[in-house]
Ligand binder design. Structure first.
Ligand SMILES: Nc1ncnc2c1ncn2[C@@H]1O[C@H](COP(=O)(O)OP(=O)(O)OP(=O)(O)O)[C@@H](O)[C@H]1O
Ligand SMILES: [Mg+2]
Length: 182
């Protein structure tokens, strides 16, 4: 079984992936590690531009079955036909803000990533790429063990799928301007 674990930076992908791979003795393929060890990226300001076509070629040769593939770039670099299930971890943008603060992201990088979560870009792009193979888990107020359990349930056939709408929440909290204006 080939499982993809994706979602915005800081949602908890690697923390959960480590638990799953230990428990199931599954091989882990970390997209970030491949990018870091290659010459496929260019540091731009505080973003990193990646040559996704080249990355897809490299990854193609590294995919084994069974495997857990982890990374926020997954919807752009993993061939759809290789994948059994894609799990997108979501996190309340207010909690992400705290995680980015701890990570000492710049204001710009933090904002870009929060916007991305609010608009659900990784989830949307995953749905476009992997369609019915996509399952979402809201990690807000769920500890690592609970999220791990939900991932294992999905792998076993559960149809767990959290539909989140952060945009609506932020609109109701009257924080739209705070998040989307300069
Ligand atoms: N379910 C959870 N509940 C609370 N905190 C969590 C949970 N999962 C992870 N964390 C914490 O959130 C932070 C970010 O987690 P992690 O580094 O695994 O994210 P990531 O999605 O792999 O990020 P990146 O894409 O940047 O690699 C860590 O401090 C981790 O301990
Ligand atoms: Mg990580």
């Amino acid at each position: 079984m080939i499982i993809v674990l994706t979602g915005n930076p800081g949602v908890g992908k690697h923390t959960v992936a480590e638990k799953i791979t230990k428990k199931l003795k599954m091989e882990l393929l970390d997209i970030n590690e491949i990018v870091k060890n290659s010459e496929l990226f260019e540091k731009n300001d505080d973003a990193i531009d990646v040559d996704v076509e080249e990355l897809e070629k490299i990854i193609h040769n590294k995919i084994n079955n069974p495997m857990l593939i982890v990374g926020h770039l997954a919807p752009y670099v993993i061939p759809e036909e290789k994948v059994d299930k894609t799990i997108v971890l979501r996190k309340n943008p207010y909690d992400l803000y705290d995680i980015y603060k701890k990570r000492q992201y710049t204001r710009k990088k933090s904002r870009q990533n929060i916007e991305c979560e609010v608009l659900g870009i990784t989830a949307y792009d995953s749905l476009r790429k992997f369609g019915k193979k996509v399952f979402q888990i809201d990690t807000t107020r769920r500890d690592v063990d609970k999220v791990t359990e939900l991932v294992l349930d999905i792998m076993k056939g559960s149809s767990h799928n959290d539909e989140v709408d952060w945009l609506d929440m932020i609109w109701r909290e009257k924080d739209l301007e705070k998040i989307f204006s300069d």
